[in-house]
Design a protein around this ligand. Sequence first.
Ligand SMILES: [Zn+2]
Length: 200
Amino acid sequence: MMNLNSPLFDKVRSKPVAEEVRPAVDPICEHPGCKHKGEFRAPKGRDHEGQFHLFCLDHVREYNQSYNYFAGMTDSAVQSYQKDALTGHRPTWAAGVTGGLGPESKLDAATLLRARLERLRKAREAAQREGQRKIIGKMALKALDTLGLDETADRQAIRRRFKELAKRLHPDLNEGDRSREDKLRAIIDAYNYLKSAGLA
Ligand SMILES: [Zn+2]
């Protein structure tokens, strides 16, 4: 076991994170002509994930006010981005968009990002559809199995089999046979499911 009370860990814990990223020399505000200390970080923007400008307080405020991360993006791209950010996809596309861009394609970075967000959105929708199809498929297979059929059964075959079984298992013909009542209920459920899934 590691001793978490060891002085070594105290040292690690108490080390300020900022100390590691702060340059050796105090930076100057990056605003042209400003000579104040650049004490405040401001994100460089969409195509420079993880990069920051350093400004004095006045200029970081000015920068933040004019800074619009989503400038030039369509509403749907913004929504996709926000969804991606929520679901944690952001680093993936950020790396993909910024990676491998030649100098001449820099102007098109926003276009590429929009295209990538669009592809992500479509992929997500397709995955959703695929997921739904599988769930329906699985339950449909189970329902078909209840009717003694398999996935090759078409609409007519399903209806025919249902009528056949319903007639055979009908309480009037079976004088209170519980197991047959249960079976009939299962058959009706299965048939109703297949109908709701558009298969019967
Ligand atoms: Zn400044």
